[in-house]
Design a protein around this ligand. Structure first.
Ligand SMILES: Nc1ncnc2c1ncn2[C@@H]1O[C@H](COP(=O)(O)OP(=O)(O)OP(=O)(O)O)[C@@H](O)[C@H]1O
Ligand SMILES: [Mg+2]
Length: 406
């Protein structure tokens, strides 16, 4: 076979000589984690016939992320023409028969039925939970040598399982951890780096996580009264009523739409499904709402965007503006804090926000104030708008700090 040409970032070279079963690649955005993992797997798999499972939490996100990047990787390494790329069932077979199977964890039954897996690659591992990863680990029981689980992620929150597992105490045995950031990627465009560095001024939390690749200091979380469940295990009470909450963004913030169910008899809020995407124009918002089947429901959107609401209404959505009102953020938070909340584990962006949504601190006194940070709130704002309709009691309750758990 012709020698495969590949340009590997220096920071990742040590991985080639590691023998640990678990390889954790974490750090800042654009540090080259995904690119390296793909290069590494293609090299390993060109040498020897093996089968890998390439995993992300939500199957629907695979085609346009890691699968696409694998195909690019094959082209760059001159292996595109000799590989079989199956775009419909998302698999790639190399010339020597090595196989990459791409699956979302939402396809659990299918994953269970795949046998002979030699390695597992997990993209955006913070979207999974500890159980998911333990279960996957159990899948690695073929006879091949040097079986590995490699995972990549940004260090979103200290409330995430990755922090608890790999950083809070000594890392588990047989684990190699490599931290990288933008400085470790020689191939990043200058504009990308400038944008990252600019966050130091505009958004210190994001800067810490996405530029430096550090876990943000976890301040006081606002919403802790939730449990995460697999979609198939959620049993909705008969009296559950449904609504969609929607928040609008474009360049820096995503547009979000969250499917909510509320059962008054059990006082439980269910967070069932989500749309979360940057750069969506009105047409795209509309089509993604229809694709998810969210158009069946009444939608409550951010009233700061009356034109978008009007446009979506003209297209046929049952959409209206949120009322908000004075102190609506705190009232909304208080309402959410006072319910039981169940989050479907497919709502990965909502979960990231719950794990990062914290109270601000007074800079001088270091005391918490009754104001949430203005980050990690795109799904949460959408949820608050939707819940206005469930929160029908009058809102005379005073907003003392103690009521908010401060
Ligand atoms: N070895 C390489 N050769 C060529 N280009 C590279 C290489 N490594 C990284 N890049 C470029 O840098 C970009 C960012 O790399 P990559 O997507 O792997 O970063 P990441 O760490 O996975 O980022 P994120 O945390 O956002 O997922 C890639 O899209 C690619 O254009
Ligand atoms: Mg990546």
């Amino acid at each position: 076979m012709a020698k495969v040409q590949v340009a590997i970032n220096k920071a990742y070279q040590p991985v080639f000589s590691r023998k640990e079963r678990t390889i954790v690649l974490y750090g800042g955005a654009g540090s080259g984690k995904s690119k390296f993992a793909i290069q590494y797997f293609i090299l390993k798999y060109s040498r020897e016939k093996r089968t890998a499972l390439v995993i992300r939490k939500v199957g629907a996100t695979i085609r346009d992320s890691i699968f696409k990047e694998f195909v690019t990787g094959l082209s760059e390494m001159g292996l595109y023409n000799t590989s079989k790329i199956n775009k419909s069932n998302l698999s790639i077979t190399l010339k020597n028969g090595s196989l990459f199977i791409f699956k979302g964890l939402d396809d659990r039954e299918k994953i269970k039925s795949i046998s002979g897996i030699d390695d597992i690659l997990i993209e955006e591992a913070t979207e999974l939970n500890y159980d998911d990863v333990t279960q996957l680990d159990l899948r690695l029981r073929s006879k091949a040598s040097n079986q590995q689980i490699m995972m990549m992620f940004n260090p979103v929150s200290k409330a995430n399982w990755t922090y608890k597992t790999y950083f809070e105490k000594e890392a588990p045995p047989n684990t190699f951890i490599l931290k990288t950031n933008y400085k470790d990627n020689a191939f990043l465009p200058k504009a990308y780096v400038d944008n990252l560095l600019n966050m130091a001024k505009t958004n210190p939390t994001y800067f810490k996580v996405y530029a430096l690749g550090d876990y943000a200091t976890l301040d006081k979380l606002i919403l802790t009264n939730y449990q995460v469940m697999q979609e198939k295990d959620i049993e909705l009470p008969k009296d559950t009523s449904f609504i969609i909450g929607m928040d609008f963004g474009f360049t820096n913030d995503p547009t979000t739409a969250i499917l909510l169910g509320y059962s008054a008899s059990t006082d439980t809020l269910y967070i069932l499904d989500e749309i979360y995407r940057l750069h969506m124009l009105t047409d795209e918002i509309y089509s993604s709402v229809v694709k998810k089947g969210f158009n069946k429901y009444r939608i409550i959107g951010d009233c700061a965007e009356p034109r978008l609401i009007k446009e979506l209404k003209l297209k046929g959505l049952k959409i209206e503006a949120a009322k908000k009102g004075s102190d609506s953020i705190l009232h909304g938070i208080l309402w959410l804090q006072s319910r039981n909340i169940v989050i479907s584990d497919k709502c990965v962006n909502t979960l990231t926000e719950f794990q990062n949504y914290t109270w601000q601190k007074d800079k001088k006194t270091e005391e918490y104030i009754n104001k949430p940070i203005d980050d990690f709130n795109h799904c949460i704002d959408a949820i608050r708008y939707g819940c206005e309709k469930f929160n029908t009691k009058n809102r005379l309750r005073t907003l003392e700090k103690s009521a908010l758990g401060l």
